[in-house]
Design a protein around this ligand. Structure first.
Ligand code: HAM
Length: 423
């Protein structure tokens, strides 16, 4: 019996991995331009971090975490997201004592025990940014602009930016109460999940995917009707900044998000054409999280995007990512069985690699024709043929694959010739 990978996980093979590296390089480049520094946190944390950070009543904490007890009897969890870990690291490493705001980014695997389907995995990868220490609406607009710039440069045609404000501890209770009042007569008709949400978090009923619940919430009081002056003002400044940067948005008063830490701004970007799991990214402000984890009150905002969904969106648009994976040169030994030729070819390969060239060689003892075919398949623009006859005169044949032409050159000059043509 062979062993298969766990359902909802993926192997990323070399060709696809080249695309991943290109996308990651673009993300790193954009972070450099926007002034964000990389943070790498552990993939597992104390379970309590996510219970307190993401929220006890969320689907993630209630149903989706990979939680286990370690040998010391502690409850640990594979991170389902990285915001709680970033906030923990901000506190633990006293980043609040550094110059504010602290602007961080991360790229890495996250784990959620969900029902796998197109665009939804159990191990998936997120890129995300978190800004700690700024209450300015410009910080909200900056993280949105960063996501927008990434999709623009990658050539993903304008995603749809949905924007809402979920209020703050000042104004949210009034909104929750108004919602409960509105839904009271139809409580029995809500889906079982939403009946459970009625007391705990009625806002989540607004973004239930169940059609019945959607109908019942038609005309429900919106957050905007109960935002306090500060939240209202903040939201207006965010939208102004987005307009100033030429980023179109749509107000979506049903957008609540599935994590408990959000305050004020909440947003998502959607892409048509990648199926039911259409959220390319999601995020918002979370001014209470650092304090909930035991720190001083610290305003913060961020978002995360799913990398698998980036590739799905590219595929849906039949767009290609440019990768540079072909070797610069293929060193061909002929005849492969000749020990002296083989040694010389191996030595030349080593020398060229030391000079920084990407070099492939034959490892199967193939004949000339089949080695040439292989070099062509790999996309090598040059082939150096180390042949028995040429070697006797300290020469090799240098073949230009595009033109199909070859000439004899002294073996001592190959490196220089190749280096000049590679630049
Ligand atoms: P989230 O909405 O749970 O937010 O996830 C963000 C993005 O990760 C989603 O929009 C989606 O692209 C991707 N994603 C989530 N779950 C899966 C899955 N099972 N399979 C594939 N992709 C998935 C957060 O995680 C927050 N921490 C975002 C944030 C950062 N808020 C503030 N800062």
């Amino acid at each position: 019996m062979t062993i298969s990978r766990i359902k909802g996980t993926n192997d990323i093979l070399p060709q696809a991995a080249a695309g991943w590296r290109a996308v990651e390089a673009l993300l790193r480049q954009i972070c450099r331009e926007f002034g964000y520094g990389e943070i790498r946190t552990p993939v597992f944390e104390e379970t309590e971090l996510f219970q307190r950070g993401v929220g006890e009543t969320t689907d993630i904490v209630q149903k989706e975490m990979y939680t286990f007890t370690d040998r010391g009897g502690r409850s640990l969890t594979l991170r389902p997201e990285n915001t709680a870990s970033a906030a923990r690291a901000y506190l633990e490493n006293k980043l609040h004592a550094a110059a504010q705001p602290v602007k961080l980014y991360y790229i890495g695997p996250m784990f959620r025990s969900e029902q796998p389907q197109a665009g939804r995995f159990r191990q998936f990868h997120q890129f995300g940014v978190e800004v700690f220490g700024s209450a300015s609406p410009l910080a909200d607009a900056e993280v949105i602009a960063l996501a927008w710039e990434f999709y623009r440069r990658l050539g993903i045609s304008s995603p749809e930016l949905r924007l809402n404000s979920v209020g703050c501890p000042e104004c949210r209770p009034a909104h929750k109460e108004a919602l409960r009042e509105f839904l009271k007569p139809s409580l029995a008709k809500l889906c079982p999940t939403c009946q459970g949400r009625y007391e705990r978090n009625p806002l989540r009923i607004l973004d239930c995917k169940n059609e019945g619940c959607q109908k019942l919430t038609e005309g429900a009081p919106t957050t905007f009707s109960s935002l306090c002056p500060e939240c209202g003002e903040h939201f207006a400044r965010v939208t102004e900044a987005l307009s100033a940067a030429g980023i179109p948005y749509q107000l979506d008063q049903r957008l609540v998000r599935g994590l408990d830490y959000y305050t004020k701004t909440a947003f998502e970007m959607l892409s048509a054409g990648i199926g039911a799991q259409s959220a390319l990214c999601g995020g918002g402000r979370y001014d209470g999280l650092v304090q909930a984890l035991g720190g001083e009150a610290t305003p913060a905002v961020g978002f995360a995007l799913g990398l698998e969904r980036v590739f799905a969106a590219l595929k849906a648009q039949e767009a290609e990512i440019k990768t540079e994976e072909a070797p610069d040169v293929f060193v061909l030994a002929f005849p492969a069985g000749n020990a002296e030729v083989s040694r010389a070819a191996f030595a030349l390969t080593a020398e060229l690699r030391r000079a920084g060239l990407a070099v492939e060689q034959d490892l199967l003892g193939r004949g000339m024709k089949s080695q040439l075919k292989h070099a062509d398949k790999l996309g090598a623009p040059h082939v150096v043929i180390v042949g028995e006859r040429e070697l006797a005169e300290n020469q090799v044949l240098l073949r230009e694959m595009a033109r199909g032409e070859q000439r004899a050159v002294p073996i001592s000059e190959v490196r220089e010739i190749l280096l000049t043509s590679a630049t």
